[in-house]
Design a protein around this ligand. Structure first.
Ligand code: GLN
Length: 535
């Protein structure tokens, strides 16, 4: 029996990048999933890197980590949140990975003496990887990073053009996401760049079926008509998407496009279940809800998206409690200069997220110590656990306690490399990545919040809690509430006699979803809520 044919929806961009291709792809996938279809989604990035692990977050935003340990572009975070679905490494495809495979195949003689070329060899590998990721699903979405016409992205564009011959044109749909600029002087939304972008795509042999036009200013019917006229796409296949309060609103705006796409691909809804999503969006927009103010203490980075998943997890947890969260980015280097820390007094809680390198780390240690002493709810994420351990050790064991990452010569290396416990050496690509089991101790806040004995959470770090200090630190009041399966790695700590002080070696933000916040974030917000209610 032949397997059911997967339908493929390709999402490309024109005019400029960064206008919401990822959100468009995720939103269409969200709608189709809510209609009972089994969907998958994949991002193709034209970088020569093999994964996002080595990309600087200052330039690219957060590195998102999948359960199977792939270091990926932050769009995968959107995908997981919009789909409420775990993705794997096949959802992230970078040019470097493709070229490496082609070169390795050439070296091992797989091409039997043929001339190895971009077309067909590179484009074939791309198509194989797309087809493999889509296999077994009703619909597979593929987003092509960058803008059509970029020199470096052309092999992906050619691959997706050829793909319709591979699987049949009735099984493929192309969505082009473009930008409509606004000219202030004449108060006009212009369509010319969008028209040209469609023409460019046609120049590469792809005729878009659907056009999504992002417009920051309201654009009326005349613009829609004009777009349809010049691009030859029927009105039903075009949507002008304004700038919305929340990205989660986008699926509510493009339902019509999903109808159109399903019609064209001849697929039928199996159910309609968008209610929970609509409710979540309604809560997210409700400005009358009580507010909480959370400080995220991190070193100053220019890219707002560096802590995308942390911010989204805080929002999701707040909405779950019918609250709104105001997130204040606190520059940890500023804290270092300004000690003591009155600046933290106005906050309802502190989050210290993940990070690398020593810049600003003293400010983070100070913030953890302040939260400890002043009984301010604290959530530490990866580095946030390490600085909490350092703060506690400085108070109770040795004033110079540190992580060997920041002071290799420290007398009290409470955070260190644990070579004997698992293969960690200090070179690139050797981090503890992806899902690891965490066994939760009885009678702890962690056990109560997760309501489970064993959970799996995602990792991305090199250093670990140093077991030589377990005894002294537990005597000082630290509760080890989560350990790895072999009991050797400290995964989660908490403090008793504190409204909420929890810190994990893993990254709970990666598994948090709107409508289903991770238990640690949920507990953090709940503790703030109960402090507020008792005031
Ligand atoms: N720099 C720390 C380590 O490598 C923490 C990493 C992180 O926060 N993701 O262990």
């Amino acid at each position: 029996m032949s397997r059911k044919q997967t339908k493929y929806i390709f999402v490309t961009g024109g005019v400029l990048s960064g206008v919401g291709k990822g959100i468009t792809a995720a939103s269409l996938a969200n709608i189709l999933k809510s209609r009972g279809l089994k969907v998958n989604i994949q991002k193709c990035d034209p970088y020569l890197n093999t994964d996002a692990g080595t990309l600087n977050p200052t330039e690219h935003g957060e590195v998102f980590v999948t359960a199977d340990g792939a270091e990926t572009d932050l769009d995968l975070g959107h995908y997981e949140r919009f789909l409420n679905q775990e993705l794997d490494q096949s959802s992230s495809l970078m040019s470097g990975k493709i070229l490496k495979q082609v070169i390795d195949d050439e070296r091992s003689g797989k091409y039997l003496g043929k001339t190895v070329q971009i077309i067909p060899h590179v484009t074939d590998v791309i198509q194989d990887k797309i087809e493999a990721a889509g296999s077994g699903y009703d619909v597979h979405f593929v987003e092509i990073g960058g803008t059509v016409g970029d020199y470096e992205g052309l092999s992906f564009v050619e691959a997706i053009r050829e793909f319709k011959s591979r699987v049949g044109r009735e099984n493929v749909l192309y969505v082009h996401v473009v930008y409509l600029p606004y000219i202030g002087a004449s108060k006009e939304v212009k369509t010319k760049p969008a028209q040209n972008a469609v023409r460019t795509l046609r120049g590469y042999g792809i005729s878009p079926d659907i056009l999504v036009a992002r417009s920051e200013e309201p654009a009326g019917e005349s613009i829609l008509n004009k777009l349809s006229m010049y691009t030859d796409i029927p009105l039903d296949g075009i949507s002008i998407v304004p700038t919305l309060e929340s990205v989660y609103e986008v699926p509510l705006h493009i339902g019509g496009l999903a109808d159109y796409a399903m019609n064209k691909l001849k697929i039928k809804s199996r159910k309609r279940d968008g209610r929970a999503w609509r409710e979540m969006v309604k809560t997210s927009l409700d400005t009358s809800l009580p507010r909480l103010k959370v400080g995220v203490v991190a070193k100053y980075l220019e890219h707002e998206d560096t802590y995308m998943s942390v911010f989204e997890a805080l929002k999701a947890a707040a909405w779950g409690e019918n609250m709104q969260v105001d997130i204040v980015w606190i520059d940890s280097e500023e804290i270092e200069k300004k000690l003591p820390l009155e600046t933290l007094e106005s906050l309802d809680g502190i989050v210290v997220p993940g990070g690398f390198g020593s810049r600003g780390v003293e400010g983070k240690i100070a913030a953890a110590s302040w939260a400890m002493e002043n009984k301010l709810p604290y959530l530490g994420l990866c580095l946030g656990m390490q600085v909490a351990v350092i703060a506690l050790a400085r108070e109770n064991i040795d004033k110079s306690a540190n992580s060997v990452e920041f002071d290799p010569e420290t007398k009290a290396p409470v955070i260190s490399l644990m070579n004997d416990q698992h293969e960690v050496v200090e070179t690139g690509g050797t981090m503890r990545l992806g899902n690891w089991e965490c066994h939760l101790a009885e009678d702890t806040r962690a056990r109560k919040l997760y309501n489970a004995k064993v959970v799996s959470e995602r990792h991305r770090h090199r250093y670990e809690f140093n077991n030589n200090y377990r005894k002294e630190l537990t005597e000082a009041g630290m509760v080890i509430s989560g350990l790895s399966a072999d009991g050797q790695l400290v995964e989660l700590i908490e403090l008793e006699n504190h409204p909420f002080f929890m810190a994990s070696q893993f990254h709970p933000e990666f598994t948090s979803r709107p409508g289903a916040p991770n238990p640690l974030f949920k507990g953090f917000v709940q503790s703030i809520k109960s402090v507020q209610n008792n005031k």
